[in-house]
Design a protein. Sequence first.
Length: 473
Amino acid sequence: MRHRLTMRAFRRAAACIKSAAELQTGGDTGQAVVIFYHLRRYNRRATFDRYSVLKKWISMSRSGFARSTSMIADLLRISCLRICALGLALAIGCGAQSWAQGSKKDEPFQSTAPFAILIDAESGTVLYEKNADQLMDPSSMAKLMTEEYVFHAIQSGEIRSEEELSISENAWRRGGAPSHGATMFASIHSSIPVMDLLRGAIIPAGNDACIALAEGIAGGEPQFAELLNKRARDLGLVRSNFSNATGLPDPQLKMTSRELAKLAQHIIRTYPEFYGLYNEREFTWNKIRQLSRNPLLKMNIGADGMVTGLTKDGGYGLVGSAVQNGLRLIVVINGLKSQKDRADEAKRMLDWGFHGFEPRLLFAEGEIISQAKLYGGLKSGVPLVADGEIRLLVPRNTPDRIIGRVIYTGPVPAPIERKQQIGKLKVWRGENVVLEVPLYAGEDVERGSMTQRAFDAAAELMIGMFRAGVARL
């Protein structure tokens, strides 16, 4: 029985290699083959008892592809495990062709929210997504951007946490008690320290607190919105657009659930000294006690943040985070029909994430992931590394295929400085991108001699002419 299972797996892996060899690949030399394997140990009591990821990177040229596949076959022959190839990807300069062998199954989980995403806070691994890149009305969840800007301003010394800001008539009427919306109940023309305004913005989601912060920092909400948009671009939030500090309905105010999750992840990582504000359960101002609007905080599931939202057009939404056994997850949902639906769905997604996934190390810190081809350098290539180790949350007991690609625009002109960003590693599980990691040069590479640069130029000219000829065929 064990012999038959091993040979069956070997034949499947051999088919993978044959299909890969038939790919019509082109581009620069120094390509990288990424192979992820699903390893199963057979025993009498269980189908398998270990899930792990085996990685092997093989630098090759177009003419050396057969030699590289022979190396893969040797690897398979000596293995005592039943190996099912999960994926193979060819990363070629500025693009990539890919092929993968593996079981394709439907997502085991479906959210009832129109917009949803669940990620690992440490690695950014996407565990589940639904319409994650579609623009939506973020409502009060957009307050996270206002809060991030203030955190950053305090951290950089632009303002002081004890500095007092005035509550204008505009802030009082549009965001205070007369507005009949979410408010910290600040008194008109009173002066309130920045830290208390932050508490008023976070715990009861006070609009008056947000407007006061905007006016105190930028002179008004329109000017503050411009600062928010600039800061958002600096953080890589390329699709979000902010028109006010509160999240109150506005046709120009839009975010995606993916960028909300990315913003939450950034706040958790960058401002640990302020993140505890999101776990405070109550807030009292002007002798009025208000409880946190976050339903997750009282569910005993390790939740410690972050914000809820509601508008007529956007529905009920939530950005939440929780920790169990050292694993922190971030959930974003929006568009639900009631408070109960919002609370139940957020808890259901977090429970599924905590019980359905386990972390795996893909690359250790400092480990060379691939090589990027250089142009005009003392060396023909430069090693690519990540900024720290790369981990991926993988589903338990699921044969989903995993594909990795190294993507960069090449050849890269020399000189190269160590830690210069060259490209990125993208990892797919099934058809979804679940991890994207920047890759950096692992060493300095100086410019080559005139002869070396002339040779590289001639080589690139010939390759360009060849590609142009192929394109005309």
